[in-house]
Ligand binder design. Structure first.
Ligand code: C2O
Ligand code: CU
Ligand code: CU
Length: 534
């Protein structure tokens, strides 16, 4: 944390304690320990000694979801957003809100070219039992060029007792997407409660590569959590910087231990944390091979000994366990980027235990060429038709983009836009964070982009692929190259630190397509139960 810590401390000590929102606990203690540099103390927070020791809980993949029916073009799915009791901390029960009651939600596996229709039914209670808000929802498929009315537009909400069918075209190249709640003002709480899951799209190019597939292609959904002594979730909302938990969960399991065979595995790592960013490395310092970023396979693999991972980014990383003797234990570590709030074991993520078990030797290589035909990566700065600037700042208690908030968008009756462009235009977007006190993961809906530069220097090795979220670091200026070829209409852009997003670092841009009139984000409103047949 070093020198960066100072600014967090200032924010915390002057913050009104009433701003602390708590889940599952009544009494609140001022986080004095954190103010003097130690971990937060919250009266009902579970003792570190009551948490499982790292690497004692077995690893598990999230469950899969299957269509309820399929026809010639489309697969139809049904998902119920609902509360569930689950054991995350051994011996304790935790109430979560999950897609189909599962945290993380079930994993979709879809094929490019086949459309999905996903019915989302809001079966959440009328009020959050502790935080006392109405859990309206809006489901966003992050990484998809969806139509505006199916994009999870924050104010296109579905209240408890309502449902909506979302249509996903699945026309882009193979990639790791994820679906998560996007309901206006409560996204952080809803995602913290568990409303996030992975959505994997494959295509012929990806399937034909001899990279790990099937059981060796493994989702790792990482999120940080915090608990009360009774096992209930503790949402310690620090409006100034974000939510930072003391438990690191992978696929909903605290610091799990995974048994692996002596071959290559491909991990699809999704940082589904509300605010926390990570820097991954292996305990023995050996390299990992990055093969894909947010929007799919990179042109060529990159070997790295560590990589930084902001909320909402996805990286696919191959680790070769053939180089270890059976019985070896390797841990995945997190050396925290600055301006996160850290606790005892957040420097650990999970462990791999290498076994001598027989394994399938097929698809056990990483070729030198992966996917050279990613359209946005072929663009150069010379293709750019104009440059726009976006400044991400804190303004009093609010987080703003070019001095605007989502509340300004609401007040304008959803007409205010940070940018208006034309379909197929290519633009340079310059993102600027003038502060040294925090970083922002910036996400642009609808499009894939190429990172041209960071403070005038090339992007990091793991960022040399198509992206839809970028880590905008302290005092950084980033230039992105974007082609608006994914569709047209109104789309959001925002900080993916969900606490910043909710208060209120989110705006929209408009893509015009000549005389064609785009669908309105509100054109398919939620409907009241009961459901019609799917
Ligand atoms: Cu992953 Cu607008 O969000
Ligand atoms: Cu998105
Ligand atoms: Cu931010």
């Amino acid at each position: 944390m070093g020198g960066s810590r100072g600014e967090i401390v200032v924010d915390l000590t002057r913050r009104d304690v009433a701003k602390l929102s708590l889940l599952g606990g009544a009494a609140v203690a001022l986080p004095l320990e954190r103010a003097i540099g130690g971990p937060a103390t919250l009266a009902n927070r579970i003792a570190t000694s009551a948490l499982p020791l790292p690497f004692t809980v077995p690893f598990a993949k999230p469950p899969a979801i299957w269509p309820v029916r399929s026809d010639a073009t489309t697969d139809y799915y049904r998902v119920s957003m609902e509360p569930a009791m689950t054991e995350i901390i051994p011996g304790l029960q935790t109430m979560v809100w999950g897609y189909n009651g599962s945290v993380p939600g079930p994993t979709f596996r879809v094929l490019k070219g086949r459309q999905s229709v996903v019915r989302q039914v809001n079966n959440l209670p009328g009020r959050h039992p502790v935080l006392d808000y109405t859990p309206w929802t809006s489901v966003h498929l992050h990484g998809s060029a969806s139509l505006p009315q199916y994009d999870g537009y924050a104010s296109d909400i579905c209240n408890p007792g309502q449902w909506k069918d979302y249509v996903y075209p699945n026309k882009q190249q193979a990639r790791t997407l994820w679906y998560h709640d996007h309901g206006v003002h409560h996204t952080a709480q809803n995602v913290f409660m568990g409303l996030a899951g992975m959505y994997i799209m494959t295509d012929a190019v990806e399937q034909a590569l001899p990279i790990p597939h099937g059981e060796y292609d493994v989702p790792l959904i990482v999120s940080d959590m915090m608990f009360n002594a009774d096992g209930s979730l503790l949402f310690n909302l620090d409006e100034d910087s974000g939510f930072y938990g003391d438990v690191i969960a992978v696929n909903g399991r605290p610091w799990p231990l995974m048994k692996v065979q002596r071959r290559k595995y491909r991990f699809r790592i999704l940082n589904a944390s509300v605010s926390r960013s990570y820097r991954w490395s292996l305990s023995d310092g050996r390299p990992m091979t990055v093969i894909a970023s947010d929007a799919g396979l990179m042109a060529a693999p990159r070997n790295v000994t560590s990589l930084r991972h902001a909320p909402a980014e996805r990286y696919e990383v191959v680790i070769d366990f053939a180089r270890y003797a059976p019985g070896t234990r390797i841990t995945l570590r997190n050396s925290s980027p600055k301006n996160n709030v850290n606790f005892a074991n957040v420097d650990k993520v999970m462990a791999f235990e290498v076994t001598g078990d027989p394994f399938d030797p097929a698809n056990n290589t990483v070729p030198a060429v992966l996917e050279p035909y990613q359209p946005v990566m072929a663009l150069t700065a010379a293709d750019s038709m104009r440059t726009r600037q976006f400044v991400f700042r804190r303004d009093g208690g609010e987080w703003v983009i070019n001095n605007r908030t989502w509340e300004d968008v609401v007040r304008s009756n959803f007409t205010l836009a940070l940018a208006t462009t034309n379909k197929n235009d290519v633009e340079t977007w310059e993102l600027r964070n003038p502060s040294g006190g925090w970083h922002h993961p910036i996400h642009v809906h609808l499009v894939d982009f190429k990172i041209l530069s960071r403070n005038g220097r090339p992007a990091q090795p793991w960022e040399q692929g198509a992206k839809d979220v970028v880590f905008l670091g302290e005092n950084e200026t980033i230039r992105l190259l974007i082609k608006f070829d994914g569709g047209f209409g109104k789309y959001m852009m925002h900080c993916h630190n969900l606490v910043h997003e909710d208060h209120d670092m989110m705006g929209q841009f408009v893509v015009l397509d000549g005389a064609n009139v785009a669908d309105d984000p509100f054109s398919v409103p939620a409907r009241n139960l009961p459901e019609t047949p799917l």
